[in-house]
Each structure stands twice: as C-alpha cells, then as structure tokens.
Unconditional design. Sequence first.
Lengths: 417, 423
Amino acid sequence: MKKLAALTACVMLLAAAPADVTYVQQPDASADLAGVQVLLQAGLDRQTSRQNGLASLVAETILRTPVQGTPLEDAVKAAGGSVSFSSEPRRMRFYVESSSQAFPAVLQLLHDALAHPDFTPATLADARTHLNDLIARDQTSALRVGIDMLNRAFYQNSDAGLPRYGLSETLAGFASTDARAFYNEHYRRGDAVVSAAGAIPAGTPPASVVDGLPAGTSAAVAIKQGPLPSTSRQIIARRDVPVPWLVAQYRAPDMSSRDFGAMLILTEFMQRTLSEVSDVPGIATRPAAQRGVGAFYNFDSSPANVILYVDGGLGDPSRAFSTALGVVGVLGQARLGGDLAELKNFAIGRLLEDSQTLEDRSFLAAVYASHHLTGDYRTELVKAINATKPADLQRVASRYLSTPTIALVLPRSQQTQ
Amino acid sequence: MIAAIVLAAAAAAGPLQSSGTLPLGGQYIVHKDPSAATTAIDLWYRVPSSGYAAATPGVARVAIAALAASAPQNGTSFADLVKRDGGTLSINVYPDIAMIGASVPSWEAPAVLRAMTTAFFSPAITDAGFHAALRDTAIAAAEQQYSADATLQNALFARIFSGGPAHYAAVPATAADVTKITLDAVRSFAARGFRQQNAVLSIAGSADDKLLAGVRTSAGSQGNSQDAPLDSTLSNTPVDAIVNGPVAGLGIAFPGPPIADEKAATAMDFLADYLFDPQYGAINAIVSKKSDVSIGGQFITLHDPGVLVGTLSGSGAPALRPKVLEAVAALTKPMDAKSFEAARNAFLYRILSESQTPAGRADNAGWYAVEGNAQYAPGDESKRYVEIARSLDPSYVASIAAKYLQHPAIVQLLTAPKSGSAT
C-alpha cells in the first residue's frame, strides 16, 4: 500500500481572491517559474452549431489583442513568458507562465487583454487566419480527427463535441458583433476558476487576473441531439494520413463516482497493455509523443470519457485493440485474486509522472477545485486508487468498457474491408 | 469558492541544494523540491561512446542499457523495477558522456537509488541483459536512420572533429553494426567506465537528508578518481558536404567556446535560441508556413569546445541554405536594444522552462557537472547562469557571433540516390 504520508499535500486557498472567484495556489519555493490557469465557462458548449468556432475565435482574438501597443502573445513573450488557450468541450482555458521576476507584468498583460479584448475587424481577421492554420494542422493529425468524430457523437445535450477551432466556412461568417456578443455573455468572473503554481512573487495575487471581467455566470446552450442514426458504433473518415489509426471512446465515471479510482487504474492498465502488445519494445521509457498507442481518461469533462488509440504504423491497429479489449473483458468477467497492489502502484506512478509541469499541476488543481473538491488533487487521486478493491475493478470494467464507439481514420487511398 | 483549506506546502527544511563527494569518490548534487511528489535520480559518467580505443561504436549505449536490463539472481532488473512502479527510465548517450536516469514516486526513491547504485557501481552484465541491450540499441540505430536531426548532427560532428569521441556517433549507423559488439567488450567497457569514482549522481525533486545513505558503494577495480573530460580534436578542413538519407535536410554547425568561458557560452546559447527556436526563431521566420520544414538547434555545451548546431529537416530544407546563412551573418551586427531585450527575456524563459520538473533539473545539473562546470548549470542555486544571461548586451553578443559564427560547417541531406561526397 502507498505511504500516503510521504505525499506532500500542497494546495492552499488564499483569502486574497475576489469573493466570487474560485482560487487555488500551489506555492513552490524551488521553482524558477510561475504559472496561472484561468478556466472560464466559455468553451464549446456555449456555442450553437451555427456558432461553431466562435469560442476559439474569441479566445484567439484575446491572444492577439494589443496590450500596451503589442499583441498579448508577443508582449508576454517579450517579457519572458508564454500564453496560450485551450478550447475544450466544457470550458475555455487560458494558461500564462513566466519567470518569477516577470510574473507581475505578465499577469497584468493577460488581465488587460481579458478585460478589454480588441474585436476590431483587423484583429479578428488576424485571429481567423491563425485559426485556419490550426484547423488545417488538426486535419493532418489522425488522433485529433478521430477524437473530433467521436466527440461529435458523444455529447448529446450540447454542441460540446463540435470541432474545437470550428470550420473555415463558419469562421468566415463571424463579425465583430458576434465575437463581442459571445464575450459579453460568457466571459464572467462568477464561474471562473484560477489556479496558480510555482514561484509566485509576494504581492501578486493571481486571482486578480479575472477581476476585470463582469460578475455573474454563463449558461450552456441546451440542445437535444439524438444518438447516432445507426446501430453501428463505428465511424470512418479518410484524411491525408500515412497509416490507419483506430481511436475508441468509452463513457466513464466522473470524479465524484465511487467508480473513479477503478477507472483510473483501468486506464493505466489499458495503456500498458496496448504498449506491451504493439508498441516498439525498449529498455527506456518512450516519451508520450513517441508512443504509437495510448489511453487517457478525460475525467475533467462532463460526461467523463476514456480514449484509446492505436497507430497503424506499428501494424494492424485492430489486432492490438482486440487484444486489449480481450484483456479488459476478462477483467470484467472474473474478479482478480489477491490485492491490486501492483496495478495501483503502477497507476499512481504514471499519474504522478504525467503531472509534473506547472501547467499540469495548476490544471489538475483547478479541475478539482471546480468540482468543489479540495484542490489537493494528488491526495485525492491516490486516495481514490488506494480505495479500489478487486470487485470494483470487475464492476467498472464490465459496466463501462464493453461497448466502445470506434473511429477509424484511414489514408485517403485505403478502402475499408 | 473552495470550502476547505488544505495543507500548505511544507517550508523546505534547510538548503534546497547540496553537493559533495560520495564516500568512495564521485560527485553528488541534490536539488530538493518540497512540493514535488516524484524524485529524479540520474547517474552521469564521462565515457567515450565508441569505447576507449574508439573501435567499438555504440559500446557505451549497449553497456548502459545492459546494466539496466541485467537482473540479479532471483531479483528484478533496474529497468523493470522502475517501470513496475510507473516510473520513467531514461538512457542517453552522447559522444563523451552517458547517463541513466529514473523518475519515480518519492516513496520509491530509496529503493530505486539502492538498485541503481548496486547495478552501476558494481557492474555485472548478464547474458539476458546483454541481448536485451543489443536489441534496444539496434532499434535506436534503426530509428536514428529516419531522423534527419540525428543524421545531420552525426554527419556534422564526424566532419568538424577529426579525432576524439565526438568524431563518432553515439548510436551506430545501422542495426547490423550493433550486432558486432561483443559481451566481452561491453563488460570490459563497463568495468572501466561505470565506476563510482567516475560518476556524477544528480538527484532532484522530493528528497530527504537520509536518501543518500542508500547509495551502494563499491571500490571498483580500475582508477580511483574521476576521468578527465573527454575532449575531441577540431578539424582544420572546411566542411561543405552532401550525404544521402531517407529525408532531406540541411545542417549547420559552428565550433564555439569551452564550458569554462561562461559568458561566451551563454551568448552562444542565446544565439542558438534566437536562430533556431522552432516556433519563434529567426530561421522559422524565413520558412514558409506551408512548407514541410521543421527546425531544431542548440549550442551543445561540451567541455571544450562546445558546438552550435542547427538543423532543418524536410524536402524544402536544402534550398533554404542562402537564407539561413544570411540570417546567421546578420547576427554580427548588434541588435537594437528593444528587440534584444525581448529576445533575451524569451531565451531566459525557455532556459528556465527546461528545468521546471525534477527530471529536467536533475538532467540539467548532471550534464553541466559531468562536462566540468556544475555551478554554471542554469538551475544551480548560485544563479550564475541566469545572472550572466541577464548581463548580455547587443554588442557583446554580436562580438561572439563575429568570433564564432564566421565559418559554418554545412551538410546537406538529400534523398536522391547520389553517392556521398564531400567538397
């Protein structure tokens, strides 16, 4: 069993945050950098299908908003930092990071751009051009294409599953008034989560980054979308990719579910099984970017889901996938004997290994805080895993991992069997 | 708002950095991070990647992998121990140095440190470990053939260095070359190179004062102090060559200052970043967004001399040669103050980003220590590197460009089936 006492709980709440802002901070005396996540309820689920791409266009425009005469992204870079956004099904996420010394200035730059975005036609056009480049890039990523296809079918009560940057055709139709209206409705302080990590200088309250936004909260656009018009749970697309990819999606328990810990273990187990079946063998650990297979658990999303992927460059992807499914099927049918110490150790180790950067640490703390849990994600994750029993694993494997929806992304020239 | 107040990070007890000598020789450096949940443990050695007689390309790579993969009788190999608990195992071999690294949950650190120092301070290679290492290195060799960056750097180093370890690639050119390495050669190499006295132990992340007590010591049989840095001999011949490869590319290199010339080396780091940062560098600005060219580059801080290497890979890369040389030449004129300050801030941020995780910091500290200047590591608590970087000014940087960036070594990588030639 893990020695929980050895794990440093390191998140604290600061009283300096505005009353309506959720704020968590992980101070780190040994860090050279400081980073802040800003989670706003202005993601894909705030769009209607006719607004596909508008959420990203607004965020990209903020990165290009002149602050002190220079576009935000360039100004942050010149000050010694970086700023980016991530357009997600249930939120818009900004992340800014810099050296501790530059942090007050960099934070102020983001504050100013968030509070006073420039929606003039010129800045909007600049943002649109950049998003079109990102859309083109996404179309060459088989994993991204597969996830987009699956998400479109997965989210049935909102448009959270629309392509994250929209389509060139929809982007072309948005005017300054559209962007301004979306911003006014959804960039609100009342449902913002701010999470800071690293060497945050004294006297710089990171939560102040959102105090230029109006109070109040934003609401998702409710839609009703039927299930896939087919009994098949397989979606096929052809793109300019060199080899076929298989991407599968399962519905998964959310963070407050009693099944959460078991699904964390199963996800890491599937990742390891897929690697053993089909990845290039090696003595050293392959970086994530070099792996041809993978599994990740989007427990921060609602509904939560698990994604598996297999790159066909390593051989027939369906074979590796079938093997992994077979192993999971066995887990769902028969209870494992003994305790799960080895699986738990492995799962905890991978989770900790994959959450070491300031960006990852601040993101996880923000996710936990936004679910009204403590921001101490480490203790919570380890606790959930350690509480899992063999019967839980069997139940969760059986309940969630029996019917994936599968996306096949094929090279344009390849025919399906 | 959050309903609960959670524990605050424990204040670090005592200094965050310590360093010294291991009981039987060899250096250690420990960077504590009280907020980390993982511990990174690296061992770095001064060893020539092609062997002490430069006759066995890849022997260091095979030896370090074999030690990681060799299981003691009725025991678990070091590699399996690290991976079993979800840790990350790293093996990196450069012409003059080699490292094995593990990043693991903090509670596993004592066991991993014991296992690592047992495996590497008393080298014992099993048949199974040796064959696993041959297979692993053969895969690395096969993959390297498809990396334009690696191919270009190897081709450049082979030409700008006429002798010494940097003349040879750390990973053999083909998988077939790997099979020529014998178990005897690997055992002999390991016994000579992987001695405790020749090691730098670099630890970062969650670490308490008792951790070092777990180091397994071994007197070793050959040599009782750290080997001298393994320098290479520069060739006096201009380099402008064409080689064949599976992908097209363009490589450019400039021998630079030694690690001891800290200000000049930092200026070269700045110049490499300014030119070759993949996203914001000056070379990226001359590459069409629609082209397939990707960019990489760095100043490799070796003991003496360091080398600035830039690589462009993709079918459009060779045609960019004139523009790349033009961009390099422009650096001999001082930049305007505002542009320079912005570029220096961006450079410092990227340097500091590299050591933000325990694994990054251990890697960073280990590299600089084994190359002969531990206090110059960007993550060192002395902040010497950061202060030097902040002291750089446009005139000084231009003077360093004028001194070191005048005579490029150039290799073009072509996919056409031409025979290799040097002009």
